[in-house]
Design a protein. Structure first.
Length: 243
């Protein structure tokens, strides 16, 4: 349990969880891929690291019930890169329905799905709509907040990005610099079309040998710190509204 009274589910007993539920603590479910390529310079668990780090940060600011990171999800754009996995959209959606139902049946607590993905947004929204507890569940997309968007526009030098790019690499330099191999970073695809990335065919509009979208060589820890402060501001504002 943190100094604020937050509790991490995987480290706790069920009576401790029941007490936290009785205390009406908000339930937070972080969502971040553990096996999704992030270019030649970032580890496959980049999203997982971000989801866990953000959960720990908000747990230090509020009294929350923090569930383990949901690390397998719907990430179809990256399956051509070794190590990346993706489950089907329907499977992911139904899994999230089951998770929401499992949490919601023990109390009337609010539930926040802390989402670090893009392709996961729609199935998460559908899962919430399908759940009988939909009135007390919200999807919080960490890169979509007003403050985060404004700061990204302010600091970004690349023309376009979106994945393993200047912004995301900067965030990882701030969170865990030892996991970033900046010597391997290289500019990637800028104009992605609908569909998966392609490693092999230069004629494909999504041809992207590196797996990065944008220019990670422009990343700095300082940019990452600014982005993280903005993201946390957005998240904490939303949680305060719920609380």
């Amino acid at each position: 349990m943190s100094s604020t009274g937050s509790i991490f589910v995987e480290q706790s007993t069920w009576p401790e969880i029941q007490q936290a539920i009785n205390d009406k603590l908000i339930c937070v479910v972080p969502i971040g891929a553990s096996c999704k390529e992030h270019g030649p310079h970032l580890p496959l668990n980049t999203d997982y690291k971000q989801a866990r780090w953000l959960a720990e940060q908000i747990a230090a600011r509020f009294s929350l019930i923090i569930w383990p990171v949901v690390s397998a999800g719907y990430y179809p754009a990256f399956v051509e890169y070794p190590g990346s996995w993706s489950i089907s959209e329907d499977t992911f959606q139904q899994s999230m329905v089951d998770i929401i139902e499992s949490i919601g049946r023990h109390g009337d607590n609010q539930i926040v799905l802390l989402n670090t993905g893009i392709s996961t947004i729609q199935p998460l929204q559908q899962a919430v709509a399908q759940s009988r507890f939909q009135a007390r569940v919200c999807v919080l997309n960490v890169y979509s907040g007003k403050r985060a968007k404004a700061v990204e526009k302010e600091i970004q030098q690349q023309q376009r990005g979106g994945h393993a790019d200047e912004t995301e690499t900067s965030i990882m330099l701030a969170i865990d610099p030892e996991c970033v191999q900046m010597e391997s970073a290289q500019p990637g695809l800028e104009n992605i079309q609908k569909g998966p990335l392609n490693r092999w065919n230069p004629a494909d509009p999504n041809y992207c040998p590196s797996g990065a979208m944008g220019d990670p060589t422009l990343a700095t820890p300082e940019k990452g710190q600014k982005m993280l402060a903005a993201i946390l501001d957005d998240i904490c504002t939303k949680i305060a509204e719920i609380d």
